[in-house]
Design a protein around this ligand. Sequence first.
Ligand code: NAD
Length: 347
Amino acid sequence: MKKFKMAIVGCGDIARYTALGVRLNRKIEIGACVDIDGERAMAFAKKFKIKNSFDDYEKMLEDADVDAVYIASPHNLHVGMIKSAILRGLDVFCEKPIATTLNDALEICRLSKETGRKVGVNHQYRYDSGCYALISAARKGELGDIYYGRCNVPWWRGPEYFGDAPWHGSLERSGGGTLLTQASHIIDVMLLAMGGRPVSVFGVVDKKVYQDVEVEDTALGIVEIESGRRLAHLTISASMIATPEQKVTAEVYGSKGTGIYTGPESPKVKFLGAKIKMEKPPGRGLSNLHALFRSIEGFRRWVVDGEKYLTPVEEALLVLSTIMALYKSSATGKREPVDDRYLEFVR
Ligand SMILES: NC(=O)c1ccc[n+]([C@@H]2O[C@H](COP(=O)([O-])OP(=O)(O)OC[C@H]3O[C@@H](n4cnc5c(N)ncnc54)[C@H](O)[C@@H]3O)[C@@H](O)[C@H]2O)c1
């Protein structure tokens, strides 16, 4: 059997987990890895038994024989790297966020459509067993009309988070702090579960602890969602300064029942009021061990077998538009509309 060959781009934190997921997947091989820090790329290649390592992305694209790239570099590099890969005929699996601006994200959607190259974004919470069951129940109407939802990401990141990877603290390189970088996963899940169209956001982002960086460590917001005849509301709270760090929670309140998720470690969902059959995310064998591994295998099946992938690039537009509106609202002090240009591609 010919294996699906991927190159890993950016041999940092998350790439280690992805490489582990790939090593457990008999159908995928890591054909190459690249990091601007060539020694890091070489050490990564040695650890994960990868034949070719590079210190230059374009050279890697030229020389390596791969079917797709997995991009896990700082956020501002995603768009340029995706374009280069598409122009060389490769499919792309990119870490969230797809881009730091909606314009860039829309451009990638158009390019993917024009060229037929597949671009998946790793919003892997869609493959989390608890989130998947929550989304399925809400989307099937089993919780009734959705009135409101609430999500909370009370996480902790120590000073080394910025010290070891200074790009995390730069607005130009990251595009944002805890809202974009950590909370986007669960906001994506909530928007999908609640359905409808987010129309406006009121929010505040703040630097409560980390004053010497450009990005927020705390974010709070209320999203107004047009859903049938009434408005539904989603409240968001996220931080990287919660002591001690606690689990993510996501709650959906409907006319027939309530769904409450906690995770992502040992993910669980509890349904109150309604009797719900728990739907399971797609995943087989060892790739069923973790949401990230399911997402990687989901991407492979999408490219190789044409099966449905849960986060093709256009699905990442809604969460990005909503987050951008929250940042804008924090800057203007007013409720801001959600840019609806995602409608060119979804809903
Ligand atoms: N899905 C998840 O749960 C999850 C978790 C953590 C991070 N992420 C995402 O993964 C991506 C990477 O985050 P991270 O925490 O691993 O960052 P990191 O800083 O640990 O790793 C990024 C790597 O990219 C390398 N790099 C920088 N410029 C490069 C270039 N021009 N060419 C090649 N390599 C380059 C850096 O040297 C570094 O090794 C981000 O998009 C982040 O949001 C996703």
